[in-house]
Design a binder for this molecule. Structure first.
Ligand code: V47
Length: 401
């Protein structure tokens, strides 16, 4: 008699219930199973063990300081090549005829100030690897934000940018040296970008010129040793196989085990990023389906039970799918975002915003309890004109959203 997919997942269920780590084979069976209900249920079991029915959101602002980049990643529709001869004729702060832009430090600070005045607790700042901006541009950006917006958490620069800074700093710096200088200037934590898929084959086919997993992990290991919390992403739905996705998640879990055991900080969350093909060299690919998105989010929850949070980034998933995922292992739907340049679906502009009311409604309709968090997942106590972080003795005044 043929076994049903429910029976086939019975031993995976036992492992999840006992809190045992899942293997590559377990992960593959979850991926291949047509029993999507069991997959969602198991992922939710882990989610509820960690967070009950709480679902987190934050009030944040993304700032992408430049789209010029020395890399040519095939999945990326954001970057513009930089022509040094044309650069001399450019005016800072505007979009140039080649579609590129670079914000001045003042522009970045003005955006952060505006966000802070309207109640944001976090700025998420990332950009391309700009060939001529000096390291002082980045430290000055952080210190100016710190000075004008004292309690605004600066989550900035992917591991790839940190390595770029180590190379351009004069004199050159080690990764620890870059992180120390940025922390002194006001950096609070690192976002999870630039991880893509930890696999040499995919690396060589899709983002060959970019540093690989060894360097990505080195940055996050150094940050964790220094007590700087970080996030971790996985860009899926392009050239990778299901096994490569699962291996990626296992590598994150193994790194987390070491950080939890012997370092001062660790990964706060995993963000599976759904590949958006439009405008990239890989535009001919279909990108993940809704079901693939849900299965991948659930798989991230199941493969990485030692990483506290799984975030559904609604910008790439759509708010509707991010909402559904709250019952598929996800406990965090990111935040208000407001402006986003790195990916745009057809018809999207740079302005991509969800209001606090909309975020809360998505969460409540999914049967969850909305909790406003800061970047480090501390509860934010918000009044109509002030906010503070639970346990802290300061409060920030703001104008209202
Ligand atoms: O590093 C690039 C990815 C990342 C595409 O840490 C693409 O809280 C989909 O890392 N389709 C940037 N993804 C975004 C990111 C992030 C987002 C939200 C929260 C956090 C966090 C981090 O976006 C890049 C790259 O991996 N990306 N192109 C694309 N076409």
């Amino acid at each position: 008699m043929a076994t049903t997919s429910v029976e086939r997942l019975a031993d995976v269920r036992s492992k999840v219930e006992a809190g045992e780590p899942l293997s590559l084979v377990d992960g593959l069976r979850l991926c291949e199973s047509r029993d999507i209900h069991t997959l969602g249920e198991l992922a939710n079991l882990v989610r509820e063990r960690l967070h009950g029915r709480r679902a987190y959101y934050n009030i944040n602002r993304h700032i992408n300081y430049t789209n010029y980049c020395v890399l040519r990643c095939k999945f990326c529709s954001f970057y513009r090549p930089f022509d040094k001869k044309a650069a001399a004729r450019r005016t800072p702060g505007v979009v140039h005829p080649d579609g590129g832009y670079e914000l001045s430090v003042e522009d970045v600070v003005a955006r952060a100030k505006e966000a802070y005045a309207h109640g944001a607790t976090e700025v998420h700042i990332v950009g391309g690897l700009h060939p001529t901006l000096p390291f002082s541009y980045y430290t000055e950006m952080c210190s100016a934000i710190r000075e004008t917006c004292p309690h605004l958490h600066i989550k900035a620069f992917t591991a790839i940018e940190i390595i770029h800074f180590a190379r351009i700093a004069k004199p050159r710096l080690a990764i620890g040296g870059v992180l120390e200088k940025l922390r002194e200037a006001g950096l609070g934590s690192l976002p999870g970008g630039g991880a893509e898929i930890f696999d040499d084959r995919v690396h060589d086919e899709a983002f060959k010129a970019k540093v690989g997993e060894t360097e990505w992990f080195e940055v996050h290991r150094t940050a964790h040793e220094m007590g700087i919390f970080t996030n971790a992403t996985m860009l899926y739905g392009h050239l990778e196989t299901p096994a490569e996705r699962i291996q990626h998640l296992i590598k994150l879990r193994e790194h987390q085990e070491e950080s939890l055991g012997s370092r001062k900080a660790h990964f706060n969350c995993v963000i599976p990023l759904s590949f958006i093909p439009q405008g990239s060299v890989l535009e001919h690919l279909p990108g993940p389906s809704g079901l693939d998105d849900l299965k991948t989010l659930a798989l991230a929850r199941l493969m990485c039970p030692n990483i506290p949070h799984i975030k559904a980034f609604w910008i790439m998933l759509s708010p509707k799918l991010a909402q559904v995922s709250l019952n598929w292992g996800v406990d965090d739907i990111d935040g208000t975002v407001v402006y986003y340049d790195i990916t745009k679906r057809e018809g999207d502009g740079t302005h991509q915003e969800l209001t606090v009311d909309k975020l809360k409604r998505l969460i409540v309709e999914a049967g969850c309890k909305p909790v406003e968090r800061d970047t480090l997942y501390r509860r934010v106590i918000r009044e109509p004109a002030t906010w503070r972080v639970e346990g802290e003795d300061w409060a920030v005044h703001y104008k209202g959203f």
